[in-house]
Design a protein around this ligand. Structure first.
Ligand code: 4AD
Ligand code: MG
Length: 448
């Protein structure tokens, strides 16, 4: 038998009335006397296998009764429609063989603490909620790739070992690099994407990003996945429109392809259906004005404590309280643009009409999702870029190649980065970002 003939639970409808063989793990088992019900999971779905004593050998029935949670088995039987069974079909079992009997599986149907579950992440992934989130994750990533691949973008991978910082020197992970000294794990593929964009026109890079974030929040990982498109001849307006179109595409794709998963997660689907485009946009200056005009918590984190500040001073970066208060009025994501130069990265283009701000944008999500996207138009003037590199105390020799992009056919260009786990957290309604990646990396956790 070819592997192509294997049958999976998600395809059972195609086999109604036929004999099939399924392989999987025992989710639960119940029954009394002559009738046993084995709930089997195979990664694609869940199927109830009905084992009636009269239909199987004595040995098979005894084996069935001995089954424990997460034992691995092979089951044969006829696919029968049953409205009340999960998935609408069940298996009228004729044979059941055990690969391995599992003993004392640690995650039982009772409630477990967060710490226990995350320590058992390698097993927790099998639980229905985690399984559903991981399936949504795969769909979000597919949606991102389809969106770019189908609209003229070329995937160009950026390196993970880098000689320099892209997003500030305070969150760099360093490692020894042979005789060349210190190298850093990439915080962002952007700088290299700018080079490939000048070769290819429109590119995207999609890979892990590393940040030695000291912040222990529900939204930060030290290793996360980021998709970063970069486009020659795009200004900030074009950049925001692209981020909006991508976001709408992802949400629609998940709504179309992950209904079952969203149901398992008890996600309020109407909130996702509201994501239709025409996202509100507001300049940073307007946002500060709004905050000062409205009675919202204006705090700033000083030495680990939230200190009240009022009025909110122009030039300060927004924290979670500001972002959440601002977003309460919107049911779609919102763009904030034209941020103060001081609080943004060196590569962002100065607004020629007002050099105190740069052509940067953040896309904040509704429902306390936080910052989903950060991007900008890039500084395309050699002198202004060199000035910013020097002002940030970055080593000019490391950036010579990057400055070259402004010497040989410099063009207006823009791009952004979208944090995939932040998007998955928002779409699935997961309570913590650690549930959105198979093996989360955080300050105090590297195992498993
Ligand atoms: O705003 P950031 O730092 O932007 C950049 O890295 C740019 N170089 C992107 C670009 O223009 N090509 O990060 C982009 C996004 C954030 O909006 C957020 O969604 C996510 O990456 N992100 C994180 N996600 C999880 N954990 C963290 N520690 C994150 N830091 C940023
Ligand atoms: Mg940002």
């Amino acid at each position: 038998m070819s592997y192509k003939d294997k049958v999976y639970i998600e395809d059972l409808a195609k086999y109604a009335g036929q004999e099939v063989e399924l392989n999987g793990w025992v989710y639960t088992k119940r029954g009394k006397g002559k009738l046993q019900f084995v709930i089997l999971r195979d990664g694609t779905g869940i199927c109830q296998c009905v084992v009636f004593k009269a239909n199987v050998s004595e040995e098979v029935f005894a084996n069935t009764k001995s089954l424990t949670q997460e034992s691995s088995i092979k089951v044969k039987g006829k696919v029968v429609a049953n409205e009340r069974a999960p998935g609408g079909f069940e298996l009228d079992t004729s044979d059941l063989q055990i690969y391995q009997l599992s003993t004392d599986y640690p995650i039982t149907p009772k409630e477990h603490g967060d710490d226990f579950l995350i320590r058992n992440r390698h097993l927790w992934l099998r639980s229905s909620r985690q399984h559903a989130i991981m399936r949504v994750r795969a769909s979000v990533i597919k949606a991102v790739r389809d969106f770019f691949d189908n609209s003229g973008f070329k995937l160009q991978d950026s390196p993970m070992f880098t000689p320099n910082a892209c997003e500030g020197t305070s969150t760099l992970f360093s490692t020894k690099y042979f005789d060349l000294g210190e190298a850093f794990l990439s915080q962002s593929g952007q700088l290299y994407a700018e080079a490939t964009a000048m070769a290819m026109g429109r590119v995207y890079t999609f890979g892990p990003a590393f940040r030695a974030e000291k912040s222990k929040t529900r939204k930060h990982l030290t290793e996360f996945w980021m998709v970063e498109p970069e486009m020659a001849f795009f200004d900030l307006e074009d950049d925001m429109q692209l981020a909006e179109d991508l976001t709408v595409y992802i949400v629609q794709y998940v709504l179309e392809n992950c209904r079952k998963e969203l149901e398992t997660l008890e996600r309020d689907i109407t909130k996702l259906e509201a994501i239709q485009g025409n996202f509100p946009r507001m300049s940073y200056t307007e946002a500060v004005g709004w905050m000062n005009a409205n009675d919202i918590p204006l705090t700033k984190r000083v030495d680990g404590k939230d200190v009240e500040i009022r009025p909110f001073p122009w030039g300060e970066d927004f924290g979670t309280p500001q972002e959440e208060a601002l977003m309460e009025q919107f049911s779609q994501p919102c763009f904030i643009y034209d941020y103060p130069t001081e609080i943004k990265a060196f590569y962002m283009k100065r607004n020629p009409d007002n050099p105190k701000v740069v052509k940067a944008m953040d896309m904040l999500g509704p429902e306390k999702a936080g910052e989903l996207v950060g991007g900008s138009q890039r500084e395309d003037n050699v002198e202004l870029l060199e000035e910013r590199i020097k002002a940030e105390d970055l080593d000019m020799t490391d950036f010579a190649w990057y400055v070259d992009l402004r010497k040989y056919g410099s063009v207006p260009h823009s791009g952004f980065g979208m944090g995939i786990e932040r998007v998955i957290k928002w779409i699935t309604g997961a309570k913590h970002i650690r549930e959105t990646i198979p093996f989360p990396r955080m300050i105090h956790r590297i195992i498993p």
